[in-house]
Design a protein around this ligand. Structure first.
Ligand SMILES: [Zn+2]
Length: 149
């Protein structure tokens, strides 16, 4: 299977909608790992020139230090299609490397945050422009799967 065919299979999982919020992807999407992949990193020596010699006669401006670089993944099995969802950029970036339950808690926490610190939100709510449902956060793919049963 080509990379393009694999992307298309993932895109088609929920009829071209984001697996999390359900928005139309319109052909543009990120691939999210449901159970996140965990990058491994390792420390390597790094060399660079800072351009600031310490003395007038110092022509050596190379410094040696160390830096972190990517070193593969702890769980490369995360990249199988069954563990990958089509996602809009916003959901993918916000979910980042969270599990589904961590992501659900993050979104639920947005309401608390709005009610605590966002004056415009609180005013809009007082004027009846916003009504809260207190519903549990459900991802589109969960509703999609319920509809199919
Ligand atoms: Zn989304």
């Amino acid at each position: 299977m080509t990379k393009r065919e694999k992307r298309q299979l993932i895109y088609d999982k929920f009829d071209g909608k984001c697996a999390y919020c359900g928005c139309d992807l319109n052909g543009k999407f990120h691939i999210d790992e449901i159970e996140p992949c965990r990058r491994k990193q390792k420390m390597i020596p790094a060399h660079w020139t800072n351009g600031n010699p310490t003395t007038e006669n110092d022509t050596s401006t190379a410094f040696v230090t160390s830096r972190w670089v990517n070193d593969g993944f702890e769980n490369p099995e995360a990249f199988r299609i069954e563990n990958q969802n089509p996602s809009c950029a916003s959901c993918n970036i916000n979910k980042h490397s969270m599990s589904l339950e961590e992501f659900r808690k993050l979104i639920a926490g947005f309401m608390k945050h709005l009610n605590e610190i966002n004056t415009q939100y609180k005013i809009a709510k007082r004027y009846g422009l916003v009504s809260e449902t207190n519903e549990e956060v459900k991802f589109y793919f969960e509703l999609y799967e319920e509809d199919r049963i």
